[in-house]
Design a protein around this ligand. Sequence first.
Ligand code: 5GP
Ligand code: MN
Length: 391
Amino acid sequence: MPESAPHKDMPSSKGPQHGPLAEARQEAGAQGAGRQPASTKDQPGQEKHAPSSSGTTADQVASLKAQLAEPRSIAIVTHARPDGDAIGSSVGLMLALRQMGHEARVVVPNAYADFLAWLPGLEGVLDHQTQTEQAAQIMAEAELVFCLDFNTPARLESLAQRLLKSDATRVMIDHHRDPEGFTRFRWHDTGASSTAELVYGWLEDMGELHRINRDVATCLYIGMLTDTGSFRYSNTGPRTLRVAAALLEHGVDVEGCYARIYHTFSEDRMRFFGHCLANNMRIFPEYRTGLIHVSRAELECFRVRTGDTEGLVNYPLSIQGIVFSAFIVDRTNLVKLSLRSKGDLNVDAIAREHFSGGGHRNASGGISNTDLDSTVQRFIDLLPTVPGLTA
Ligand code: 5GP
Ligand code: MN
């Protein structure tokens, strides 16, 4: 993720980021697959107190606090191919929960990128793909499962069944649009920059901010840094910078964090970016759109590793006049799309409607079950139908 083409998550800043931090609710009886809450607002008849800046109801805080009053076995799960926010928020929460006296582990569906491999606390992370038995045991034994940085169990891929099978109390902490109702507790705010920012709010609500030390602060800071493109996307609000400032009070090494995330390209990766920009980028000025496609052969040829494609999708947006960008890549079993936009263009809606995906207004992703060439053609064909693209 180079400076000019940084991160994936670019949620809308239109949310009430400056009001209540998190809209948390207790979905009595809602835990279980498939239940879709009517709305993300508090349900009628549910009295809303505001014991803290988060807008969390006192009942929910008290109920979860009571469950955490004695040492618990806790699993934290996050989405497949976890990014900086997924890992930073999960590991930061894990370290804080351990200090609260709990046994906490993070279970990821599959590998995270190498540029995150220096974070503190990673020894507590289990990869469900390569450490399946251990991960299964943690999931089976967990009394609580925290679900971080995803809004639907589908984003856990093969780990989803283990989550849905377990009797553990589930707690969502997330900022993606339209969360599904698979958790009992929910700290959710699409106006938050990142899940890491919401984990800070969760600790605040639980009266546990004093658990934050340099390691916790570093993990949460990395989540915020990566999801905001180094605090420059529109999801960066006053609250984001206030939380970041509070984290810096704990001794986060700002320059070191930046260098470890953004200045760690391999030569292969840099040449791969060059190749994509020179040979695989198509620009459609009439639709203010750019597109980069990559075949499986190219991934092999450039020895592309997990996380290496991250940030490429942002490059077309640096071209004057381009407001919509897609990165389409042929992965082993499926064709994956990343969509990005500037301004009001809602790529969450496009990903949902055409590519079985979703995400945020300005950053979303999805999949296609046709081959690369036909997916690229399908994407080009839909451009005239996207409202607001033609100048
Ligand atoms: P990326 O394009 O970097 O993989 O993801 C960008 C955003 O879209 C992230 O917020 C991510 O959560 C969301 N996203 C990516 N792929 C998918 C997908 O296949 N399904 C859904 N629902 N969301 C996705
Ligand atoms: Mn995120």
